[in-house]
Design a protein around this ligand. Structure first.
Ligand SMILES: [Zn+2]
Ligand SMILES: [Zn+2]
Length: 130
């Protein structure tokens, strides 16, 4: 955090480690809800501001999977997302090297953002058992 030019205040560290500790791609509101008991002085505005700072400094990625919600991700390697239309879970999808090479043969890639929607393994399993 310091090496990214951010002075590591208690709230900043808490918000960052909250993101580091999850794969669920939470929204700012979810992060606020999760931390407010532990940090009663925390405000929603602070959460938004800290997230913006972390994104600006490249420690966190902002991910838009659906228009109405912005989610946050501590996985900063370039990747896309799979969202389950049944349980709503979001998971990371990485392009394999072969596919990347194919794209980069002709183009210069600056950012990777793509979304796949479907039914996840877990939900498929449940629907089979019914
Ligand atoms: Zn699912
Ligand atoms: Zn992700």
């Amino acid at each position: 955090m310091v090496e990214n030019g951010i002075s590591p205040s208690y709230q900043r560290l808490k918000i960052y480690s909250c993101l580091m500790g999850t794969k669920s791609h939470p929204t700012a509101y979810t992060i606020f809800e999760k931390l407010k008991e532990e940090i009663p002085s925390l405000s929603k505005t602070t959460v938004y501001n800290v997230l913006k700072l972390l994104v600006d400094k490249g420690l966190v990625k902002a991910v838009r999977i659906e228009d109405h919600e912005l989610r946050f991700d501590a996985e900063v390697r370039e990747h896309g997302h799979f969202k389950c239309s049944v349980c709503g879970e979001v998971s990371d999808v990485f392009l394999n090297q072969e596919l990347m090479q194919l794209i980069e043969q002709r183009n210069k890639v600056t950012e990777i953002q793509f979304n796949i929607t479907g039914v996840c393994e877990k939900c498929l399993q449940i629907s089979k058992e019914k």
